[in-house]
Design a protein around this ligand. Structure first.
Ligand SMILES: C[S@@+](CC[C@H](N)C(=O)[O-])C[C@H]1O[C@@H](n2cnc3c(N)ncnc32)[C@H](O)[C@@H]1O
Length: 220
């Protein structure tokens, strides 16, 4: 299965200037970026021999924060974002990059299992149906006791989405309103239900108006 909007959200065209953009946390889309990535790296509790998968690794800002592990596989569809990441990550000799869609990559033979799967600011490019598909693949590919750690743009419920977009428009932030309306921000309540139904124990943490982290543990 390949994500419907993979080509639309391939960040090749946005790579130049990406790291400057994310450093500007005064923008509502970027508020909490650095604290969220720090929290994800710590919540993942990566061990020295762990197999780790990062989905949508982009310019490597989360990768750079991860503890040393046995094997690290980073997946992104954008060659230009990987060109930013690679020089930051030369010390990670056990890192492998796969240029691929984050759904299609699960079709590779002998891909898992993983001790930990992470993804920051990428799953909001997937439709609601695709998110459900991804969650179940992550569940299948995690070892017992494994962790999935997500950090992304989210609204608490589907019902508050339109109100949030209207509020940002009224505050003179039409680009934020458009992102809320046009991209596929997670609906936190729904995602927690879906992940819990799969069997995950889920913990959530808020980092800004639009940003949350989720730590999902698969029981032993
Ligand atoms: C907003 S950036 C986030 C990058 C990084 N994780 C971070 O936190 O800064 C989203 C990344 O996901 C990638 N991406 C978007 N849709 C994708 C898909 N369907 N498959 C693989 N990569 C995708 C983009 O190319 C981009 O590098």
């Amino acid at each position: 299965m390949r994500s419907q909007h993979a080509d639309d959200y391939n960040h090749d065209a946005w790579a130049e200037g990406y790291d400057q953009d994310v450093a500007d946390e005064s923008h509502p889309i970027r508020a909490g970026y650095s604290a969220l990535l720090d929290w994800m790296a710590s919540a993942a509790e990566i061990g020295a021999s762990d197999r780790v998968l990062e989905l949508g690794s982009g310019s490597g800002n989360l990768t750079l924060r991860l503890s040393a592990c046995g094997e690290l596989i980073c997946v992104d569809i954008s060659a230009a974002m990987e060109a930013l990441a690679a020089p930051k990550l030369t010390h990670l000799s056990n890192r492998r990059f796969i240029q691929e869609d984050i759904l299609a990559v699960f079709d590779r033979p002998n891909f898992g299992p993983f001790d930990c799967v992470l993804s920051s600011y990428t799953v909001h490019h997937l439709t609601e149906e695709e998110k459900v598909w991804l969650f179940s693949r992550v569940w299948q590919q995690l070892v017992p006791g494994g962790r999935a750690v997500f950090g992304d743009l989210m609204v608490e419920t589907a019902a508050c989405q339109a109100g949030l977009a209207a509020r940002y428009r009224a505050q003179g932030q039409p680009d934020t309103a458009e992102s809320i309306e046009e991209e596929f921000f997670w609906r936190l309540e729904t995602a927690v239900e879906q992940l819990t139904r799969l069997g995950f124990w889920v913990q959530t943490r808020r980092f800004s108006d639009l940003t949350f982290g989720l730590l999902c543990r698969k029981g032993n």
